[in-house]
Design a protein around this ligand. Sequence first.
Ligand code: GDP
Ligand code: MN
Length: 375
Amino acid sequence: MDLFEHQARELFERYGVLVPRAEVAGSAPAARAAAERLGGRVVVKAQVKTGGRGKAGGVKLAADPAAAELTARQILGMDIKGHTVHQVMVAEPVEVEREFYVGYTLDRARGRFLAIASAEGGMEIEEVAARRPEAVARIAVDPEEGVTEAKAAEIAAAGGLPAEAAATLHRLWTVLTEQDALLVEVNPLVVTRGGAIVALDGKVTLDDNADFRRTYAYEDTGGAGLEAEAAAKGLNYVKLDGEVGVIGNGAGLVMSTLDVVAGCGARPADFLDIGGGASAEVMADGLSVVLGDPHVRSVLVNVFGGITACDAVAEGIVRALDTVTLTKPLVVRLDGNSAARGRAILTERAHPLVHQVDTMDGAAARAAELAAVAA
Ligand code: GDP
Ligand code: MN
């Protein structure tokens, strides 16, 4: 589970990492009131679980509470890479002297953690990493040893960060380990005019496998987002930026379906793995979540029948069509166990918006084509 910036901010604060004073607001008047409490001049920041908010116009400075209200009105409801802004964080502005990048993540291939640090933090970090990888230091962290104070100093030095940043690096490591996080990223970590080391942004991904021992429950305060709706229905759904809705059985198949859709020149709108069962209820729930995404222009259902045979999946789709009103074309590819029977069931149902294509490549191409036509 990804945390919102304001949740990461709170977490950092609990571990002694300096963060700007801030409040969360769900309306423009609430943003104004928050600005009044924070001293007037504030930064208004969209709370969405995606990066690049600054470039998208979702991070803005407001000179006074009235400006904060106006700015919040502009940012609330904005769409940033397919994420609707339901809340803003109103924060005390920080006088930035220099911006750095720091992050901890897993290096699965090497069975290690990885510390990443750069003296060229800020909104251009992706370009820096792509064009001048030497400007971004990557230091392996032994999971048994962790980030000791000496290791933190080593990471700071390698990344060209001031020596004073080592204490913050050490605290962020404690956030990662104590909170069972898979990722802790701060971009930018700044040195202020006054010389303080402050986390101006925060991205934290918690390991869902550790939910059972987590004492602190993170509320998904993003409003009734599609991911929250899907989670409530027990679906394995991840919202993406594109137009082709994707539903499949099995995480591996769904991941390759995303690639094939992208290979057809379209962009997947989501990852949705309906798992082995694929009952009518799960199919109906999945379809309603995917169709609830306003960016979706076509939906691709890619199923390889295994223990759950294709005729059962086809029955599930047919019964789902009784409860969900199809508003977009649905391309179905059934293969594997009992594919012929499954296809016959869908053919018999003869829904005008349901298209059957028997190969994965062909079905993805068809879904991409239908999405382009609908554009
Ligand atoms: P992101 O674009 O989604 O990564 O959002 P950030 O939270 O990183 O904000 C984007 C950029 O706005 C940062 O890289 C900073 O350069 C700038 N920014 C954010 N808050 C402040 C602030 O309080 N003071 C100053 N000077 N810049 C800020
Ligand atoms: Mn950032």
